[in-house]
Write a protein that binds this ligand. Structure first.
Ligand code: ATP
Ligand code: MG
Length: 328
């Protein structure tokens, strides 16, 4: 079984972009891979955050993942900071990562613009910590959304450099993308949906039906259409794109025709989408409420996950330290 690793930050409520781009795929892949899923709280510290709220956000995220179908009997689910080897390996990888490569990273540029007063070394080093997350377990496949492909390329580059400099020990990790690798923001369809961009811009997995309907009702559609005052061009509309992942082929075909001939308006189109999203999320929300009743059980799952992850991490770190001349 190929070794699989992926992570998600406890930076806010998870949304349908995280779900369709990553988590749904994790759930499907876990049966056929040696899978590890990590709540990456060290990554979450690279942007301004509330230290008092982080523990609950971390626990909430773990519950979300379990509610989506991550199964601790099939996968290792754990919190990044419970395995200190992640940061230990980051230091070693830092010494072989050219800063020129890090300066090219789109996420660093985007988040520097988003938080201009908080551009810190951790934000710059984020991709190296991510490379360490993956390489620490000699992972071979990494299911992520499209926004993380550039970081994964860097992980491959870092693996190659390590292998060439010291010893051939790391596989070059490959990305696994879903057809929904880039879900766009409801408020600005030129940007990807992001936890950190605020609740109006995304549909959270835990949003109740009336909030889902409300967020979609105000979501941006094909704006240019209004200016052109011509019939709708569904392919240019973010709402139509979302239908691809929640509606049936027959519904999608009809919506496209009705949009072009203006027999359906944006509100009607959004209502159908809202109902389909509500239906898809309902079972996850039911399970999530069940899990929330027993936080101690979740903490136990995470502690067991950390123990299993740490055993692998310690073994691999011993090898890495030997090859890099750190052991006497
Ligand atoms: P933040 O705004 O804090 O960066 P995020 O929404 O980007 O949050 P992450 O925790 O950074 O979420 O990423 C978790 C996973 O979700 C990654 O695999 C990422 O590629 C994927 N992902 C994030 N946003 C989208 C999106 N809009 N469409 C598809 N996949 C996404
Ligand atoms: Mg992100």
């Amino acid at each position: 079984m190929a070794k699989l690793f992926s992570g998600i930050q406890p930076t806010g409520a998870i949304h349908i972009g995280n779900y369709l781009g990553a988590i749904k795929n994790w759930v499907a892949l876990q049966a056929k891979h040696d899978s590890m899923f990590c709540v990456v709280n060290y990554h979450a510290m690279t942007v301004p955050y509330d230290a008092e709220k982080l523990p609950q956000m971390t626990l909430d995220l773990a519950m979300d993942l379990l509610a989506c179908g991550i199964d601790p009997r099939k996968s290792i689910l754990f919190i990044q900071s419970d395995v200190p080897e992640h940061t230990e390996l980051t230091w070693i990888l830092n010494t072989i990562t050219p800063i020129g490569e890090l300066k090219r990273m789109t996420q660093f540029k985007d988040k520097s613009t988003q938080y201009p007063d908080a551009i810190n070394m951790g934000l710059f080093d984020y991709p190296v910590l991510m490379a360490a997350d993956i390489l620490l377990y000699k992972s071979e496949v990494v299911p992520v959304g499209e926004d993380q492909v550039q970081h994964l390329e860097l992980s491959r580059e870092v693996a190659r450099r390590f292998n060439n400099t010291f010893c051939q020990i790391f596989p070059e990790p490959k990305p696994l993308l879903t057809p929904a690798a880039r879900i766009m923001s409801l408020t600005d369809p030129t940007k990807k949906m992001s936890k950190s961009a605020g609740p109006a811009s995304y549909i959270a997995l835990n949003d109740p039906p009336e909030i889902i309907a409300k967020k979609l009702a105000t979501a941006v559609t094909d704006e240019a259409r209004k200016k052109r005052a011509d019939p709708g061009t569904p392919e240019k509309c973010n709402i139509y794109s979302l239908h691809q992942y929640f509606s049936s082929p027959a519904e999608i075909k009809k919506i496209a025709e009705d949009c072009r001939t203006a027999s359906i308006g944006c509100l009607g189109c959004k209502k159908i989408l809202a109902n389909n999203i509500i239906k898809e999320l309902a079972p996850i929300q039911v399970k999530r409420k069940e899990l929330a009743k027993n936080p101690d059980q979740i903490k136990k799952i995470l502690a067991q996950g950390a123990e299993r992850a740490r055993a692998i991490a310690q073994k691999n770190m011993a090898e890495i330290k030997t090859k890099t001349g750190l052991l006497l």
